[in-house]
Write a protein that binds this ligand. Structure first.
Ligand code: L34
Length: 292
């Protein structure tokens, strides 16, 4: 069993990005600038946004955090987005999800100028990704692809089973894995909460991408010997053993699945840190004007 160390790879990529920023500055350009909007006080979101801001500092980006209370109206949020769309000093921005119920996530996503949509959630970016055109690829799927590249894990002709069909992970990662590319060229099956005989399907998988958000859902009896396991879950479950009062659990029952696989990502320290560096990479591309 080989552990896929997302934390280590993310540090290597941050070092690569820092070098690029240095040469941008040396050639008289300004540093890439990312803004992050957060609404309310979801514990996970606050942690991830803080980590995004810290990572910007680490690589020499400028960052702006814009925090609103839960009580902000949809209209006020859309107004802020309009302002950021028109800010010439800003390369890209994201609105951290989830949003409070009274705000339409879809409306918010579509209000973002696709040229600044470094989350890759806008329909223009999603559409371009699905037909293989240059675009901002959303961060978690991009991070997963990067891990497959850096660990030289073959995907061509493999059977990849994606569990989960969310717009931010399941659908885009399935689309990337089936694309005529490397990584890609896989035969992809997408499973979800209505799938019958899930275990029969996962047992045929060479690569499983678990992105359904149910802690320890994937157990050893569902996994073929030698499979590659990518665990996207990060659910906070109550714990008496940690200071914070919770512990992060993946979608994979790691202890029993790990001995069966060829490669596996841990939680934490697997896909999560890669999500953050992929956002940095997209911001760098935006600053260099390499996509639009
Ligand atoms: N708009 N909303 C928008 N963009 C995103 O890309 C996200 N996502 C997902 C939730 N909502 C979003 C994230 O940022 C999930 N996500 C995310 C980002 C980072 C980490 C996990 C999820 C991460 O860094 N995880 C660490 C542990 C962090 C901790 O201690 O809680 C890890 O090692 O897995």
């Amino acid at each position: 069993m080989n552990l896929i160390d997302g934390k280590l790879i993310s540090q290597q990529i941050k070092a690569e990005i820092s070098e690029e920023v240095k040469s941008m500055l040396a050639s008289g350009k300004r540093a890439p600038h990312l803004a992050v909007i957060i609404v309310g006080h979801d514990g996970g979101s606050e942690t991830y946004v803080a980590s995004k801001v810290r990572s910007c500092e680490e690589v020499g980006f400028k960052s702006t955090k814009i925090a609103f209370e839960d009580s902000i109206s949809e209209e006020e949020l859309l107004q802020k987005i309009d302002e950021l769309n028109n800010d010439g000093e800003l390369d890209g921005f994201i609105v951290q999800l989830p949003l409070p119920k009274h705000i339409s996530e879809q409306k918010v996503i579509e209000a973002i100028d696709f040229r600044k949509d470094v989350d890759g959630f806008h329909p223009v970016n999603v559409g371009r990704m699905s037909i293989g055109l240059p675009c901002f690829v959303s961060a978690t799927p991009a991070g997963i692809m990067e891990l497959l590249i850096r660990y030289e894990i073959p995907t061509s002709g493999k059977h990849c089973v994606v569990i989960g069909r969310s717009n931010i992970v399941g659908k885009p990662v399935a689309s990337l894995m089936m694309q005529k590319a490397n990584p890609g060229d896989a035969t992809v099956t997408v499973c979800h909460s209505r799938t019958k005989n899930l275990k029969e399907i996962t047992l045929q998988a060479d690569i499983i991408i678990a992105a359904l958000g149910i802690p320890e859902f994937l157990t050893a009896d569902m996994v073929k010997e030698g499979a590659v396991i990518i665990d996207v879950g990060t659910t906070r479950v109550p714990s008496t053993e940690t200071k914070s009062g919770f512990r992060l659990k993946g979608d994979v029952k790691f202890d029993e699945v790990a001995p069966k696989c060829s490669y596996i990502t841990p939680v934490p320290g697997g896909v999560g840190p890669m999500t953050i560096v992929s956002l940095l990479k997209n911001t760098l591309l935006a600053a260099k004007g390499e996509i639009y």
